[in-house]
Design a protein around this ligand. Structure first.
Ligand SMILES: C[S@@+](CC[C@H](N)C(=O)[O-])C[C@H]1O[C@@H](n2cnc3c(N)ncnc32)[C@H](O)[C@@H]1O
Length: 261
C-alpha cells in the first residue's frame, strides 16, 4: 500500500518486461500448485463451452494475445480452425512451442509492431494480462485487440485479481493487520473492465465467475482438492455468491449492431 495515496502498489511499472526471463517455472505452477491447477481446469471448461457455443466452432480464427507458455492456446487450438499466439517474451514462447504444437507463434509487442498486418480474428483471448498490466498498457492493448476482431467475433479475457472478491477482502484485512504484500492488493474491478471495453467500441456480452473460496496458498491450500472442487462447483450455482468470485471470464463483442453480427 502506498502510504501517501492509500492506493495498492502496481506489481509492475511496465508489464511488458515482466516475463522476459520466465518460462518453464511459470508454466509448472498451473500443474503443481493445487488451487491454481483447479481454477485452470474450471477455466478450461468455461472457455471450451464459450467457444463451442459459437456458430463458427471448429472453424474460428483464434488469436491468443500475450499467450505466454501457450497454456490457453494449447487448450483451445483444437476448437479453432487456425490458432495464433503472440507474446513479447521469447523465453515464454520457447515453452509454447512444446505446449501448443502446430500453432503459429509470433514474438512481438502488438502495441508497438504490426506483424499481423490487416488480419482479423473471430476469437481473441487474453489471459492473466489485463489485470496485471498498468492502465496505459491495458488501454493500448484493448485498442489493438478491438481492431483485430472480426465482425461477429469475441474477445475473451480473464480477471484473476477481481476487486471485491472474497480473496481481495481477506487480503485487505491482512493489510490492515500489516501482513499482506502490497502487490497482492492490486485489483481490477468489473466496472474497469466494462469501461475499458466501452472506450474501444466493445461491450461485455457474457461473464463466468470462478474462484469463490479465499484461498491465499495456491500451492498447498488448507482443504484437499476434491473438497475444494465440490465447493467451487456448488458456489458457482448460487447467484448471490457471484460478488465473491476472485476470477471472472468476460466475453466482449463489438458494440455496434452491424459489427456484432
Ligand atoms: C502472466 S503471463 C500470461 C500468459 C498466458 N496468457 C497465460 O495465461 O498463461 C503475461 C504475458 O503477457 C506478456 N506480455 C506483456 N506485455 C505484452 C505485450 N505488450 N505484448 C505481448 N505480450 C505481452 C508477457 O510476456 C507474459 O508472457
Amino acid at each position: 500500500m502506498n502510504a501517501q495515496t492509500d492506493k495498492p502498489v502496481l506489481p509492475h511499472s511496465d508489464y511488458r518486461s515482466s516475463h522476459l526471463e520466465e518460462g518453464e517455472d511459470y508454466h509448472a505452477k498451473f500443474e503443481e500448485q493445487v488451487y491454481r491447477a483447479l481454477i485452470w481446469s474450471l477455466e478450461r471448461e468455461a472457455l471450451g463451452a464459450l467457444i463451442a457455443a459459437r456458430p463458427d466452432a471448429g472453424r474460428a480464427r483464434l488469436l491468443d494475445f500475450a499467450c505466454g507458455t501457450g497454456r490457453v492456446l494449447g487448450a483451445l487450438s483444437r476448437h479453432a480452425g487456425t490458432a495464433t499466439g503472440v507474446d513479447i517474451s521469447a523465453s515464454m514462447l520457447a515453452v509454447a512451442e512444446r505446449v501448443a504444437p502446430g500453432t503459429e507463434l509470433i514474438c512481438a509487442d502488438l502495441t508497438r509492431e504490426s506483424p499481423l498486418k490487416d488480419r482479423q480474428f473471430d476469437v481473441i483471448t487474453a489471459f492473466r494480462f489485463f489485470p496485471n498490466a498498468e492502465p496505459a498498457l491495458r488501454e493500448e492493448a484493448m485498442g489493438v485487440l478491438a481492431r483485430l476482431l472480426a465482425p461477429g467475433g469475441s474477445i475473451i479475457i480473464n480477471n484473476h485479481r477481481r476487486a471485491g472478491s472474497s480473496k481481495h477482502r481477506l487480503r485487505k484485512l491482512r493489510a490492515r493487520l500489516g501482513i499482506a504484500k502490497a502487490k497482492d492488493l492490486h485489483t481490477m474491478s468489473d466496472a474497469e473492465v466494462s469501461t475499458l471495453a466501452e472506450r474501444h467500441g466493445l461491450v461485455v456480452n457474457n461473464v463466468r465467475t470462478l474462484g469463490f473460496l479465499p484461498v491465499l496458498k495456491e500451492r498447498r491450500p488448507l482443504l484437499p482438492r476434491g473438497i475444494l472442487l465440490r465447493l467451487e462447483r456448488r458456489a458457482a450455482q448460487v447467484q448471490w455468491l457471484e460478488e465473491l468470485g476472485s476470477h471472472r471470464i468476460y466475453e466482449l463483442r463489438h458494440a455496434s449492431p452491424a459489427a456484432a453480427r
